[in-house]
Design a protein around this ligand. Structure first.
Ligand code: HSE
Length: 291
């Protein structure tokens, strides 16, 4: 029996669509036990068992793909998933399941893959790289894809910086949230995002957060996805009003993350209250980067 723990991740962080991702101190834990000849899994969300079909189980899919790659059959195995990261909320729950499946298979197969190969396979299954890289490495990661391979640079993030994660009761499937994005952008918007993304990276490296609110601006995805989340801009503005340093949609949503170095409880409460005024129930977690 062995356990694998993988952190939640917030991708994009405003301007870094499909390139930026940050690991958070919120975890899913997967326990693997070998059992005679069949495959079984138990999924618990915050301690309560939830039903899930085998074909929807990404851990299983990832294990199947890994074993297939090495021309081997999956052995009998029982997986217990302790889920703390809600599904379809832009917090990288899929990346945790895919990585857990690959890492477990790799261990059972006696480690034929190195980290680079693990990431490449996870990328093939997930279709974008910005959650899986920080989920495996921790920290803030800039990832690029070169010849279908992931290249990344990790930066550790100041853990005195608090990250408020507000999770509305709205499910957004990343696949759907990608379909609504334009396939072309103007040069003006490209420059807008390039400059903000560079500023965000420099701010995190130098720990100078004076321009973080500008560094979180984006023109590639947030405006389009905001339509899926009632009150999105009001919630963002309520966080800024309470002194947040920078606010962004987490991944493809629906969660919103706000960075702060003071007043976290008030920022969180104000965001929740604003969502309520749009008849959206939400909850929050205050956390930090997982380096
Ligand atoms: N970069 C991906 C997207 C992240 O925004 O579609 C999904 O969590």
């Amino acid at each position: 029996m062995f356990k694998i723990r993988i952190p939640a991740t917030s991708a994009n962080l405003g301007p870094g669509f499909d390139c930026f991702g940050l690991a958070l101190k919120i975890y899913n834990t997967f326990t693997f036990e070998t059992i005679p000849s069949y495959f079984e899994f138990i999924v618990q969300f915050k301690g309560k068992e939830i039903p899930i079909n085998q074909e929807d189980n990404l851990v299983y899919e990832a294990m199947k793909k890994t074993f297939e790659m090495f021309n081997k059959d999956i052995p009998g195995i029982r997986i217990t998933e302790e889920i703390n990261i809600p599904f379809s909320r832009g917090l990288g729950s899929s990346a945790t399941a895919i990585l857990a499946g690959i890492l477990a298979s790799n261990k059972i197969l006696d480690n034929p893959m190195n980290n680079e190969e693990i990431l490449d396979l996870a990328y093939k299954i997930e279709g974008h790289s910005d959650n899986i890289v920080p989920a495996l490495n921790g920290g803030f990661n800039i990832t690029i894809i070169e010849n279908n391979k992931i290249i990344f640079k990790k930066i550790s993030v100041d853990e005195s910086l608090k990250i408020i994660v507000v999770i509305p009761e709205i499910k957004i499937k990343t696949k759907e949230a990608r379909k609504i994005l334009p396939t072309e952008i103007t040069r003006e918007d490209a420059i807008f995002n390039l400059s903000r993304a560079s500023l965000l990276t420099a701010s995190l490296i130098t720990m100078d957060y004076s321009y973080l609110s500008l560094a979180f601006q984006d023109r590639l995805h947030q405006n389009y996805r905001a339509k899926l989340i009632p009150g999105f801009y009001d919630v963002v503005n309520s966080a800024y009003k309470e002194g947040s340093l920078g606010v962004a949609l987490s991944g493809s949503g629906s969660s919103i993350i706000a960075f702060s170095n003071s007043n976290e409880e008030n920022i969180a409460q104000s965001m929740i209250n604003t969502f309520s005024s749009f008849n959206v129930n939400s909850s929050y977690i205050i956390t930090t980067a997982d380096n």
